[in-house]
Design a protein around this ligand. Structure first.
Ligand code: MN
Length: 289
């Protein structure tokens, strides 16, 4: 049975800045899409294509903590460099994903890659926050660098396009990301009139963001930069590109546990939030210059 659509939300009127390097439209929870409704996703920030121009000062967000969830950064255009207190450093380029599990706590910083920053050019990214089940909130921090070439690849029939499977399973093709609860994350590239049909279990919360182009989804039109939230009344999703399109489809089994969140900390109770703040202030998340 086809999933019906609860609502299609256009891009919010104004972007916000994260540091000086990410000019983002916030859809979750900003566009009236609550963390409970869309669990396990906590946040979706979309840096729609924007050229910051050449800059000698490297743009980005300086050292900050995270605890209790995962940050997932998907690069569409431009490059991002990351450093963290676990000693990791990495660069993601167009098509790549960084899946960071903050778990027990981490400090990191996120900047435009140096050469990219100097040259400038189109920059397009999504950052998602994915909640962790209570039992995994204390898992040691780590991250998965997932390059475009490592993703599952599903070619669509009739030269329809390509689905890069980041996490979960698309029509039998598996993605490489390790997740702590069932999550599907698909980077969908459709040629004009390209079409796909897939099924997502009805109990999973499912949505999609039209990164570029425009589509028809389960019979409804979704314009560029709009966000589609599906009801949990069926499995089937059919997408057709009315023009060449890039779509991010995200779904996941809801984590039915209380959410207590304060800025970069997402726990289950207010006491755990105080604990997280104390641990952060006591330097327990490590050191990062
Ligand atoms: Mn961060």
């Amino acid at each position: 049975m086809k999933r019906s659509i609860e609502k299609i939300t256009p891009r919010p009127a104004r972007p916000g800045m994260v540091g000086d390097g990410f000019r983002v439209f916030n859809f979750i929870p900003g566009a009236n899409i609550s963390q409970r409704r869309i669990s396990p996703f906590l946040l979706l920030d979309f840096n729609a294509e924007f050229d910051f121009g050449p800059s000698e000062k490297i743009r980005g967000v300086d050292v900050h903590p995270h605890k209790g969830f995962e940050t997932v950064t998907i690069a569409y255009k431009g490059s991002v460099e990351h450093y963290d207190s676990a000693g990791s450093r990495g660069v993601i380029n167009p098509g790549d994903v960084q899946w960071m599990t903050a778990g027990a706590g981490i400090l990191h910083k996120e900047f435009h890659e140096k050469e990219f920053s100097k040259k400038g050019g189109p920059f397009e990214m999504v950052q998602l926050w994915v909640n962790l089940p209570k039992k995994d909130k204390s898992t040691p921090a780590h991250y998965q660098a997932i390059t475009a070439s490592q993703m599952g690849k599903a070619e669509l029939p009739g030269n329809g396009g390509l689905v890069n499977v980041i996490a979960g399973v698309f029509n039998g093709v598996k993605g490489p990301a390790y997740t702590y609860s069932p999550v599907n994350l698909f980077d969908i590239r459709l040629n004009q009139d390209g079409e796909l049909t897939t099924t997502i279990p009805a109990e999973q919360n499912a949505s999609l963001l039209v990164i570029n182009g425009s589509i028809e989804v389960n019979g409804k039109k979704a314009e560029e930069h709009s966000f589609v939230l599906f009801n949990n009344d069926g499995e089937e999703i059919t997408i057709r590109a009315t023009e060449k399109a890039v779509v991010l489809l995200l779904s996941g089994e809801p984590i039915n546990e209380p959410i207590a969140s304060y800025g970069p900390f997402v726990m289950n109770t207010q006491d755990e939030i105080y604990e997280a703040m104390k641990d952060f202030q006591a330097g327990k998340f490590g050191v990062l210059d």
